[in-house]
Design a protein around this ligand. Structure first.
Ligand code: ANZ
Ligand code: ZN
Length: 799
């Protein structure tokens, strides 16, 4: 039945995108899937509720654009090539083909005409075009940066391929190390402040918090300390008010000044410590529970406010990648500095007075508010004033200024892998770094290459690839052999969907005006600080390039939860709890799987897989279909007189719940309504019955599109149910019928109260007792009896 309708839909083209300009637009987007082989339950869980929502919007009168494609570059294809000797392209395209078929089986309203496959030159040409634009704007630059490297696979890894707190290679479990390589970076940090502004988007609070923390904006000051025999070294501090308490100075072991300032007698020890620190992961280095270690360099710095001479240490808890890579250490007010000072016998001087402070060495670091002490002319100022005062004082003397620091780093996009977009840069001995001219794009990825990882880009082995002419001087030159991070592909794919064959730019601006920006995005929260941050960055750059006239790529975002294995754990091959959706599609059909996944619990929370649950959902769908055939009522108690009111009520509930992504409660209401209809069938007139069934079928359509279509045909309605308007309801029809109850106390009339027509005896008595007019007559008295005459009166007998 399902495949029959799928064929019919395709023949009739009912899911081709509606272009009617009279309708309001709705761009619904589900995250670009990676073609790993087969669709898994996670894909179904992400996509089918999104499809239901998109169908709902369409039935409500929007023209809806709901595209799908494949995120086709990346490491797994290359690893499969290494392991099985299949070309990454072959492997990828075979998977794409298989998944296309499975996506069609899903019965979703995807517009397959808009499909993109990111490993095709028609797509990645525009990655290269963007790269060149970024380069021209100074937003792409090359720098030597440490990257994660797997010493066993002999290759760098993408960040998501470094797993766990132990930071091991996802493929072989070897701990990754850092390696210094010249890498291309995108200047996302230029947009840090703007990325902190969420006022123009309706995104989950959780994603905002994750992005805010990832960007990690800190306000403070940069302060210059003079290091004897070297010159000024800058620190970043969030607490300039504590400057008088800086009793030592710490540099990161990687700090470029370390070599020069270290005195001859300290050289051996310092060198050994630097070597040890280099091998440690950032996670370990920032682990607050680890014992603080460090080494004295033999050098001294001058505290700019007190003129005091303080020792310079190196310690691994100071990172090169944050602030300036050097700190002023204030042990009385910073926990890490406190531990360090205790261990190495350095003075701990209180400069912010804790409550009831009596002087003397503190027993722990105090980070709260208070007045400045031991701080010369600044004594007595509260913390905030102290920050301003000391920063101002430094500024006047050219020894510091207010500063902001971010945890966010520039986005490293070079990869030493084959299966990705070649970076369109040429190195010329005469002209230097030259971008490939637009008319020479795309720089095509050569078809055959050696994939076995050597730690260097496989394209380095292809002389015919990298040997080229300089586009400026025509002299002999070399191409960049690294490829791009695949997050590049997904940063702007929503634009390419609009016109996948367009040759005049990344997307056709006319289509852009019709559809942009994305109205509703759905996908997993695991992308919060990568994809979802990158695509916001990209859109802002596109705005600055004049390509779009808005600031945010997706107005609204909803994060679905994770569907767990039957045992309540995350599905994984090693646990053996992976659910294969195909098995259930074959057994129960797509509609049952879709509906079950939506019924399982709130979509934002996910939940464990339950095979019995899907059996129940399948039964519900069978019952739904049977409503279109002759049959006997089920025998369950039900009032046929309620038909119109119940229909209106369920319509309202489903409408409101779908608006808010509450699929589970929607389905529960639909199931209850199905049971009611089954119980009253044959007990109401033909006209009332078919009207109610018509509405019912429309409500079912976004959830179980095949069953709804089948039922629609059974009702003799015209194809297709998916091109109908969503049903409405009348508020009056929903209003409960009410009756007036008389309330007596000892037989005397005391009040008249309103109650639902079907009020129970118990509720009627409670309502009577709750009446304000009745209260004075029953206060402090014992209620001996309460008599209820159904639909008429309550008589309270008190003594
Ligand atoms: C003196 C001070 C006194 C500090 C005090 C804190 C408390 P957030 O808030 O996370 O931005 N710091 C600066 N650069 C660092 C680096 N590269 N590695 C490790 N620590 C670094 O942290 C800013 C604070 O972290 C800075 O303010 C500095 O210590 C430290 F009572 O300076 B503070
Ligand atoms: Zn590895």
């Amino acid at each position: 039945m399902e495949s029959r309708w799928q064929r019919r839909w395709e023949e009739a083209g009912i899911y081709k995108t509606d272009e009617d300009p009279a309708k309001p637009k709705h761009y619904a987007l589900t995250m670009l899937p990676y073609p790993s082989g087969d669709l898994h339950v996670g894909h179904w869980y992400a996509m089918t509720p999104s499809d239901t929502r998109a169908r709902f919007m369409r039935m409500q009168g929007h023209r809806v654009f709901f595209p799908i494609g494949f995120d086709a570059f990346g490491l797994p294809a290359e690893n499969a090539a290494i392991k099985n000797g299949i070309h990454p392209r072959e492997w990828t395209l075979a998977n794409v083909e298989r998944m296309r078929g499975q996506l069609r089986q899903m019965g979703a309203m995807f517009d397959f005409d808009a499909e993109i496959v990111t490993c095709e030159p028609e797509y990645y040409e525009w990655n290269q075009w963007f790269f060149v634009k970024f380069f021209e704007q100074g937003l792409a630059y090359r720098s030597e940066a440490p990257v994660d490297f797997c010493p066993s696979c002999n290759t760098t890894l993408a960040r998501e391929q470094v797993v766990g707190v132990e930071r091991v290679c996802e493929r072989c479990g070897t701990p990754v190390i850092k390696k210094n390589l010249a890498q291309w970076m995108f200047r996302i940090t230029d947009y840090a402040d703007e990325l902190l502004d969420f006022s123009k988007i309706d995104w989950p609070e959780r994603v905002q918090t994750l992005q805010r923390n990832w960007i990690g904006r800190s306000e403070g000051a940069e302060v210059r300390f003079d290091v004897e025999g070297y010159g000024p070294v800058e620190v970043f501090t969030t607490r300039p008010d504590t400057l008088f308490g800086a009793t030592f100075f710490v540099m990161s072991p990687e700090h470029p000044a370390v070599e020069e300032i270290t005195t001859a007698d300290r050289h051996g020890e310092v060198h050994a410590y630097v070597e040890r620190a280099r091998k440690m992961t950032e996670i370990d280095r920032t682990d607050a529970t680890r014992d603080k270690t460090g080494v004295f360099t033999g050098a001294y710095a001058t505290n700019p406010v007190s003129g005091e001479r303080i020792p310079v240490y190196i310690a691994d808890y100071v990172l090169m990648g944050y602030g300036t890579g050097a700190i002023m250490a204030v042990p009385a007010h910073d926990e890490r500095d406190f531990e360090f000072a205790r261990k190495y016998g350095i003075e701990i001087r209180t400069v912010i007075a804790p409550p009831e402070w009596e002087g003397g060495e503190p027993s722990e670091a105090y980070s709260g508010d208070g007045a400045l002490v031991n701080s010369g002319r600044f004594d007595g100022l509260p913390v905030e004033e102290g920050k301003k005062g000391i920063t101002g004082w430094l500024e006047e003397r050219g020894m510091g200024e207010p500063a902001v620091s971010y945890r966010l780093r520039d986005w490293l996009i070079s990869r030493q892998r084959y299966w990705g977009t070649p970076i369109p840069i040429i190195y010329c001995p005469e002209c230097g770094t030259v971008p490939v001219p637009e008319e020479d794009l795309p720089v095509k990825l050569p078809e055959d290459a050696e994939f076995t990882p050597t730690g260097e880009s496989p394209l380095k082995l292809r002389k015919d690839f990298w040997r080229t002419e300089c586009p400026r001087c025509g002299g002999e030159a070399e191409r960049e052999t690294d490829t791009m991070d695949t997050f590049m592909d997904s940063s702007w794919y929503q634009y390419r969907y609009l016109s996948p064959d367009y040759e005049g730019g990344p997307f056709d601006p006319e289509e852009g005006r019709k559809w942009l920006p994305v109205d509703q995005y759905t996908g997993g929260i695991e992308h919060a600080v990568m994809h979802l941050l990158y695509t916001r960055f990209f859109t802002k750059v596109m705005r600055d390039l004049g390509l779009v006239d808005f600031d945010e790529p997706m107005k609204r975002l909803f994060n679905q939860g994770i569907i767990l294995g039957p045992d309540g754990n995350r599905m994984s091959k090693s646990r053996g709890n992976v659910v294969n959706p195909q098995e259930y599609v074959d057994l129960y059909g797509s509609d049952a799987l879709r509906s079950f996944l939506m019924f399982i619990g709130p979509w934002g929370e996910g939940g464990p897989w339950d095979s019995q649950g899907i059996e129940g959902t399948a039964r519900f769908l069978r019952r739904a279909l049977s409503l279109g055939q002759e049959g006997e009522p089920t025998g369950a108690e039900a009032d046929p007189g309620e038909l119109e009111r119940r229909t209106a009520r369920v319509t309202k509930k489903i409408t409101e719940d779908l608006e808010a992504f509450r699929f589970n409660t929607t389905l529960a209401a639909l199931m209850e309504h199905t049971n009611y209809l089954s119980a009253i069938r044959g007990r109401v007139g033909e006209e009332r019955w078919s009207g109610a069934l018509r509405t019912y079928t429309l409500l079912l359509a976004p959830f179980a599109p095949h069953h709804a279509e089948e039922l629609w045909a059974m009702l003799g309605e015209e194809f297709s149910v998916h091109q109908q308007w969503w049903p409405g309801w009348e508020e009056e029809a929903i209003a409960e019928e009410e009756i007036t109850l008389i309330v007596q106390v000892n037989g005397k009339l005391r009040d008249r109260i309103e109650a639902p027509a079907d009020v129970s005896e118990e509720t009627a008595k409670e309502l009577a007792l709750a009446s304000e007019r009745v209260a004075p007559h029953v206060e402090d008295k014992e209620i001996k009896k309460a008599v209820y005459v159904p639909g008429k009166l309550v008589n309270l007998v008190v003594g």
